[in-house]
Design a binder for this molecule. Structure first.
Ligand code: NAD
Ligand code: G6P
Ligand code: MN
Length: 441
């Protein structure tokens, strides 16, 4: 079997060690020749990379490993880029959450004003990574899960239409694991689903076992009582705040008896509740910095100090094996069925053809083939029309450097109560982001 070379862009990410361990665990399905970590923050990456180098030496010594901040070294002679960068890092995520909250509006990484702000920071750096890949390894594929994936996907559709890019999100995967456990299945892979929406903005409307039996009513019964909380805890999303997000799905599902919702819809349906339950001084970013980031960097430093991973508490991010499924689908033409963020083109037949929608696709060596989900109901269509317009306006605003378009995007966001509040938030975000956003006029 061919062995593949991979660049992890955003090598200093908190998710990198779990993904490296996952790749090592899956070498029989996806053989690897070389792993390169690339980041533009040498110091941050060196702790993660130092530990990954030792892990690899111990678990898979045949894999060549390098860490670099040099694009040419990082992107030459590779087959895949796995991209999870965070433009502006946690310091700017914190601003995205706290600035809207100061104005009484939901502050969230990817939804509403916070997501718009993050989108304005992410587009440029993600396009830069794609350009490096195309310059140094033109046949490689770019697997993107850098957020906000909806806005990044729209930007790549419009600005790099011919590039080999796949945009994917792990939230549906995480939720499907919880759905499976809620009805006593051992894996989401026992289910086949139909789903439509935008990223962090979608619905399941058909869930079956491999024999074709309808599982949705049984899952709905669980969700109407407990949301997505099950006895089997989600490993990646295990903090208390994630648990309340999963519980809140009970109220989100109540809006529509025929579907099951993505957890992120809570920000759009219950913004007042979310603001009421937020602490403007201590948001999700603070939790992540005190929790995941501290844990990962402490464990990596221990590995470096001890020069061995013996006794480490770092664990495989098993749920991230969808990344291997995706890479395998391209490499071996497996035609795996996966939810991806792709140009609609009729997959949702009564919805804008150029929208980037999240739908099941068959993935093979030519890329994704979206499956037709048909017509969607008025409720979801109305919501999606509004949200897709927000996402497209953000890309317009970034490309045209237009303050006006960005103000329109914020005003159109369902979470924002008025044009005045939109403007007040925008002005504060613009000030905070002057090192990251294009200069607007
Ligand atoms: P993190 O801050 O720990 O890691 C991000 C890394 O990206 C940092 O080391 C940073 O230095 C680096 N970086 C920033 N800009 C860069 C650039 N221009 N070039 C190269 N490197 C750059 O963040 P995290 O919490 O580990 O998350 C990483 C990313 O993955 C975020 O965008 C997050 O939203 C995303 N994510 C997406 C999904 C999904 O469902 N799509 C799931 C989990 C995480
Ligand atoms: C889910 C989403 C990601 C998002 C992450 C945030 O996995 O699909 O898009 O980045 O949650 O998690 P965090 O723990 O950083 O708040
Ligand atoms: Mn996501």
């Amino acid at each position: 079997m061919k062995k593949f070379s991979i660049t992890v862009a955003g090598g200093g990410s908190t998710f990198t060690p779990g993904i490296i361990l996952m790749l090592v665990e899956n070498l029989d399905r996806f053989p690897i020749k070389e792993i390169k970590l690339y980041d533009n923050d040498k110091g941050r990456q060196s702790t993660i990379a130092g530990a990954c180098e030792i892990l690899l030496k111990e678990k898979a010594p045949d894999i060549k490993f390098i860490q670099t901040v040099d694009p040419e070294e990082a992107f030459s002679n590779i087959d895949f880029v796995m991209a999870h960068i965070r433009a502006g890092k946690y310091a700017m995520r914190e601003q995205d959450e706290k600035i809207p909250l100061k104005h009484g509006v939901v502050g969230q990484e990817t939804c509403g004003p916070g997501g718009i702000s993050y989108g304005m920071r992410s587009i440029g750096p993600v396009l830069e990574l794609i350009d490096y890949m195309e310059k140094y390894s033109p046949d490689a594929w770019f697997l993107n899960y850098s957020n906000p994936a909806a806005i990044v996907a729209e930007a790549t559709r419009r600005l790099r239409p011919n590039s080999n890019i796949l945009n994917i999100c792990d939230m549906p995967i995480g939720i499907e694991e919880l759905m499976a456990s809620s009805i006593g299945l051992t894996s989401r892979k026992e289910m086949e689903v139909k789903y439509y929406g935008l990223n962090h903005f979608g619905w399941w409307f058909d869930i079956r076992d491999k024999q074709g039996n309808d599982l949705l009513p049984q899952i709905r019964e669980h969700v109407s009582k407990y949301g997505y909380v099950t006895a089997d805890e989600s490993k990646q999303h295990s903090d208390a705040s994630w648990n309340s997000t999963f519980a809140k799905a009970k109220d989100v599902q109540a809006l529509d008896p025929d579907t099951l919702p993505n957890t992120y819809l809570k920000y759009y349906f219950y913004p007042d509740y979310e603001v009421g339950h937020s602490n403007p001084e201590h948001t999700r970013t603070n939790e992540v910095m005190e929790g995941r980031e501290k844990f990962i960097f402490t464990e990596c430093q221990k590995i470096i100090d001890n020069q061995t991973s013996e006794g480490t508490e770092l664990t495989i991010d098993e749920h991230a094996s969808y990344i291997v499924d995706l890479a395998r689908a391209i490499a071996f033409n497996t035609k795996e069925r996966m939810l991806l963020i792709v140009e609609n083109n009729g997959a949702v037949s009564n919805f804008e053809p150029t929208a980037m929608v999240e739908v099941p696709c068959l993935v093979g060596s030519q890329g994704p083939e979206p499956l037709v989900m048909g017509e969607i109901p008025r409720f979801q269509k109305g919501l999606m029309e509004q949200q897709v317009a927000v996402e497209k306006l953000v890309v317009d605003a970034w490309y045209e450097k237009s303050y006006q378009k960005l103000w329109q995007a914020l005003t159109l966001s369902k979470i924002v109560p008025s044009a005045q509040v939109a403007k007040d938030i925008l002005d504060d975000l613009y000030e905070a982001n002057k090192d990251y956003w294009p200069e607007l006029s």
